[in-house]
Design a protein around this ligand. Structure first.
Ligand code: AMP
Length: 625
């Protein structure tokens, strides 16, 4: 059935109240809302005011009536060779046990619980247990190390932290517990309790009166029934930290009701998943895609979801497709980098399995290049749908919304604005709206639709200042992405307007990496830029001025180690070059664009504002371009 994209989108913008009250029927309300939208204090949008609901109820409890024995969650680890499927009834039991553990240890509605876990079923239980009792979870990606964790602990001030003693990657145990212990030492906010899922992968020490063993705690609550805490639609469900232009990550705060509605509607209109089917999203719960489309989206929609711990290549490059066959996956969601990794392998892996249940592959998180898109499209012979969004929005901004209208795809474009988003392409300098094929900043006129960030956790002013005051003369939300729009309204994303880089679909702030590198005793000055990479889209490259240039023999390796131990290997620069000067403007600002151009072997363009233009010649020499 085709609703007609144009009129559907237009309705969502012209009359958001009637539009979203219709979509709100997709979720259960304990108490109906009295007001669809309160936008009396822009840019703060309050959706479904007066309504009470619960994410865990919508994801789990409400399916018990019809789907108690249907699979809800499959946790697959090709690292530990374990595979466990939970029905909705079993998931309900496990979530209740976890919720009882939280309550028994003093966690109440509104308290924060930090989750630092690998891709194991208990991470899903933990997230759902938090939302069940109205606690606010903050999942921190398991690849982040102690400093990244500490800054998040300090900001969220969690009452409890849930972790596992280790993850596993490429057959090797990756300890989590010691990094967490170090992070707690570094942070000034201290959690009262730390709950540890012991997987038997690595030794660890415990802290008396603080550390709890999950298996022992679970035994105490085997028959627990923890009632759902009905919360206001505007009650925060979670905080998810994301990088920006400063060294301090921003806590993206999400509501409850708006998020539930946005996800439920996107599952039908964008992802085309049906209750009873299986969705396989290959991301990690530490990222927004994991929150929305590993955990909440599919479960709210009554679908089974697959959590996967492992790489796409072990035991061989057919592993993901074998899961598609085994669990009859109908909707798959991955990232261009993963497809580029698979593209290097034997294409026979794709034809080895029966993929007849798979309807659509969704890709997001970074630009989808033409060769990658064509390769996977030709190999699968299924629609490949690029979609563009951000941690801040929680669900797609641009996509071909196949449940609304099957519009043609254009290579290089994630498509057209998703319903609910009033998108503008604006001139950065004047704020004027641009016409077809003119390059501008992608902006969204308020109110942001349901599901988008409410504010920056604990810092409303930062929310306004960071996102809503960057375009002259207009209060609009900036995505910080450049784009052009063609005459048919398709957007083509051209890269970030700020210093955020995108490594394998993971967003990293160059400032954070610079701050970490600066902490090395022999670093006087540093600049980090993102440089094009065939596999990962971009990689971070560092340029360092040493305090003592006679001691730089091992500096590159030491700097990488520093970043590994503070931020995690995910943020490690691919190269660190020693230089004697950095290109700067007369006012002393590092000209990163020029550094990036030179590192990519491109012409740096207009460098007339640069203080000393000979610096670039040295950089060119050092990078060998
Ligand atoms: P994150 O918040 O980590 O998901 O990163 C969001 C950023 O990733 C966006 O602002 C874009 O720069 C980039 N991005 C996400 N999806 C796409 C896409 N489909 N095409 C191009 N860039 C994308």
């Amino acid at each position: 059935m085709s609703i007609g994209y144009k009129s559907f989108h237009e309705h969502s913008i012209r009359d958001p109240k009637s539009f979203w009250s219709e979509q709100a029927k997709l979720v259960d309300w304990h108490q109906p809302f009295s007001q669809v939208l309160d936008y009396s204090k822009p840019p703060f949008a309050k959706w479904f005011v007066g309504g009470q609901t619960n994410l865990c109820h919508n994801a789990v409890d409400r399916h018990l009536k019809d789907r108690a024995n249907q699979i809800a969650l499959v946790a697959v680890s090709t690292e530990t060779n374990q595979e466990h499927a939970y029905t909705f009834a079993e998931l309900h039991d496990e979530v209740n046990r976890m919720a009882a553990i939280l309550q028994a240890n003093g966690v109440k509605k509104g308290d924060r619980v930090l989750i630092y876990m690998p891709m194991i079923a208990q991470a899903c239980f933990a997230m759902l247990a938090c939302t069940r009792i109205g606690a606010i979870h903050s999942v921190v990606f398991g690849g982040f190390a102690s400093h990244s964790l500490a800054s998040r602990i300090d900001d969220a001030k969690p009452k409890m932290i849930i972790t596992a003693e280790a993850g596993m990657r490429g057959g090797k145990a990756v300890p989590y517990k010691p990094l967490l212990d170090e992070a707690i030492t570094l942070s000034s906010a201290k959690p009262e309790k730390v709950l540890i899922v012991n997987r038997g992968l690595s030794e660890y020490t415990t802290v008396a009166n603080r550390d709890l063993d999950y298996a022992a705690e679970r035994e105490k609550h085997l028959n627990a029934k923890v009632p759902v805490e009905w919360v206001d639609a505007t009650h925060p469900s979670y905080i998810l930290y994301t990088s920006g232009t400063t060294g301090k990550p921003k806590g993206v705060q999400r509501d409850t009701g708006g998020y539930a509605v946005a996800l439920a509607s996107s599952m039908r209109l964008i992802f085309g998943g049906n209750p009873g089917e299986t969705m396989f999203t290959t991301s990690d719960i530490g990222w927004v895609v994991g929150h929305s489309y590993i955990i909440y989206g599919p479960l709210i929609n009554g679908m089974a979801t697959i959590m996967y711990e492992g790489t796409p290549l072990r035991p061989d490059a057919g592993i993901w497709w074998s899961l598609v066959e085994k669990y009859k996956v109908s909707v798959m969601f991955s990232a261009p980098t993963a497809v580029r990794v698979l593209k290097k392998q034997d294409p026979a892996f794709l034809s080895k399995y029966n993929l007849s249940t798979l309807r659509t592959l969704f890709l997001a998180g970074e630009p989808l290049d033409e060769p990658t898109a064509s390769w996977i499209h030709d190999a699968l012979k299924k629609p490949v749908v690029d979609n563009y969004w951000q941690t801040e929005t929680g669900w797609p901004i641009l996509a071909i919304q196949r449940g609304v209208e099957v519009m043609p795809h254009k290579f290089g474009s994630p498509g057209v604005p998703v319903y609910g988003y009033n998108m503008k392409l604006l001139d950065e300098a004047t704020g004027a709206e641009l016409g077809p094929d003119q390059k501008g900043v992608v902006a969204i006129e308020g109110p942001l639709p349901p599901g988008c960030m409410q504010t920056v956790w604990g810092d409303d002013q930062r929310f306004i200042k960071t996102y809503w005051e960057t375009v002259p003369g207009k209060m609009v939300y900036s995505t910080f992405d450049w784009a052009i729009k063609d005459k048919d309204g398709y957007f083509f994303i051209l890269g970030r307007t700020d210093d955020v880089i995108n490594v394998a679909g993971h967003r990293l702030g160059t400032r954070e990496i610079e701050e970490s590198i600066s902490s090395h005793a022999n670093v006087a000055e540093v600049a980090v830029v993102g440089v094009e990479d065939q596999l990962k889209g971009q990689v971070a490259i560092g340029f360092v001025i040493a305090k003592d240039p006679s001691k730089t023999a091992n500096l590159e390796a030491e700097v990488m180690k520093t970043v590994d131990s503070q931020l995690g290997a995910v943020a490690r620069p691919a190269r660190v070059y020693m230089v004697s000067a950095l290109p700067k403007t007369r006012s002393g600002k590092i000209v990163r664009r020029a550094l990036q151009a030179v590192a990519e072997g491109r012409d740096p363009g207009d460098i007339s504002t640069m203080e000393d233009q000979s610096v670039l010649a040295q950089i060119k020499h050092v990078v060998g371009k």
